[in-house]
Design a protein around this ligand. Structure first.
Ligand SMILES: [Zn+2]
Length: 442
């Protein structure tokens, strides 16, 4: 297949009248359309206004999709313990699968082709199956919680790690290696030392298994960790083995100088979630500073109850604007930086090589965008449009691993109408889980 249009191959390479040739799951060639048309005369051609690498969501919660709008106007710990944990506790296996599907649908419809997905404690296998069926690329993990947790989510440490091991055996490398595993402690507040150390030991047993957790998102959280351990959160995570090149820490809003040095020294990845940080009033992550230190920073939407969309274009825009206003520097966090965070940096977070740009021999994860819009007229700078003007709704074509998942704006891999209908029929029953969650709140 030849995909033609304005090709944004990476943050520095825009090819007008360009094309991407896809062969199986790989990109065969990228260049000028007329040259490639001559080289591949028999290939079917599709034209899109802009072609870009599939975007990478470096921190998401697909299974929270049913909770969109249930927890507006609250701060993190209240948001989590009064709304989100009771919701996760209430979901049956079938509801968990529908929730995950809803999240993955929104991702592929709006240009996210790879997600680093923090699932829930229970029924994680249903989300793995959902991801496989829909065709998204992802690094998924069952959540670990063995303290400060509502009863329905509280697990015995060894049993939780044993279930994680079973899921690794079943799903790490599954679905043509589109799906991989991350051991996923919720955060240090809800995980014992044994749980965190056990997560490191388990990840070390398997090639390519990552560790994904939340860190230093909120001041109440870091105070709780300091009371528990006597240490700053990032130092504590380092102490128990949860730093390094295979570790993804979501947020890192509240870090001091020594913690930032530690993140840089250990090659730990950070995922920035600007909309979530703003909506929960968590604070502003020092993204410009992290990038200057050489820390790899990706971009994520976090969960629907704290965003409330999974639109990656909105996240790029918010990410840039937030850094500009925080540093009072209009030059800070330009479009190219946000585009890199949402593509190549995200690919490093997810741990897939040859992902996050449109280059010869790289993975065929490609998104096609419509710009026949008042909002995109005139189109002086395609990269500026992607970051500051485009919406997820502009996506009309999504390809993952050479498979077309969205065509003419419609999902082709599953019955999207049926999933939306099933999701809207679910009646969340938070009340019966609220008391136990409230007792667990620090
Ligand atoms: Zn999160």
């Amino acid at each position: 297949m030849i995909l033609s249009g304005t090709v944004i191959a990476d943050s520095e390479t825009v090819i007008e009248n360009g094309a991407v040739v896809v062969d199986g799951s790989r990109i065969d060639a990228v260049g000028r359309r007329d040259d490639l048309r001559d080289r591949y005369p028999d290939r079917e051609e599709r034209h899109y206004d802009i072609l870009l690498p599939g975007l990478v969501g470096g921190h998401l919660h697909s299974v929270q999709s049913l909770g969109r709008g249930i927890a507006d106007d609250s701060e993190l710990l209240e948001w989590l313990f009064e709304y989100v944990l009771p919701m996760e506790a209430s979901l049956s296996p079938e509801e968990m699968e529908i929730a995950a599907k809803l999240g993955y649908l929104e991702m592929i419809e709006s240009g996210t082709t790879t997600c680093v997905d923090h699932l829930s404690v229970n029924h994680a296998e249903r989300a793995f199956e959902a991801a496989g069926e829909i065709g998204i690329r992802g690094v998924l993990g069952k959540v670990l919680m063995d303290q400060r947790s509502p009863d329905a989510l509280l697990e015995d440490t060894d049993e939780a790690l044993a279930e994680s091991r079973e899921l690794i055996e079943e799903y790490h490398g599954a679905f043509d290696d589109r799906i991989r595993y991350a051991v996923t402690p919720r955060f240090a507040v809800s995980c014992s030392e044994a749980c965190l150390r056990g997560a490191r030991e388990l990840a070390d047993e398997y090639d390519g298994v990552r560790i994904h957790t939340h860190a230093s998102e909120n001041r109440g959280e870091i105070e709780t960790v300091e009371e528990d351990t006597g240490m700053r959160n990032i130092h504590w995570l380092d102490e128990v083995g949860l730093t390094g090149e295979d570790v993804v820490l979501a947020h890192c809003v509240w870090t001091d100088e020594s913690e930032r040095e530690l993140l840089a020294e250990t090659g730990t990845h950070v995922t920035h979630c600007p909309s979530s940080n703003m909506k929960l009033a968590s604070g502003v992550a020092p993204v410009v500073d992290y990038i200057e230190r050489g820390i790899n920073v990706a971009l994520g939407n976090d969960g629907p109850p704290c965003n409330n969309t999974l639109d990656p274009f909105t996240e790029m825009r918010q990410g840039s604007l937030l850094q500009k206003v925080d540093t009072l520097d209009p030059v800070a966090a330009p479009a190219a930086t946000l585009f890199e965070m949402a593509t190549i940096n995200g690919a490093k977070v997810a741990g897939f090589d040859r992902l996050g740009a449109l280059h010869e021999g790289w993975r065929a994860d490609v998104v096609g965008l419509d710009t026949d819009l008042t909002r995109a007229t005139p189109l002086h700078d395609p990269l500026s449009h992607l970051v500051f003007g485009a919406h997820g709704d502009d996506v009309v074509f999504t390809m993952v691993d050479g498979n077309v998942l969205v065509d003419d704006g419609e999902v082709t891999s599953v019955d999207a109408d049926a999933i939306r209908e099933q999701a809207s029929e679910i009646d969340l029953s938070l009340e019966e889980y609220r008391e136990s969650a409230a007792e667990a709140q620090p």
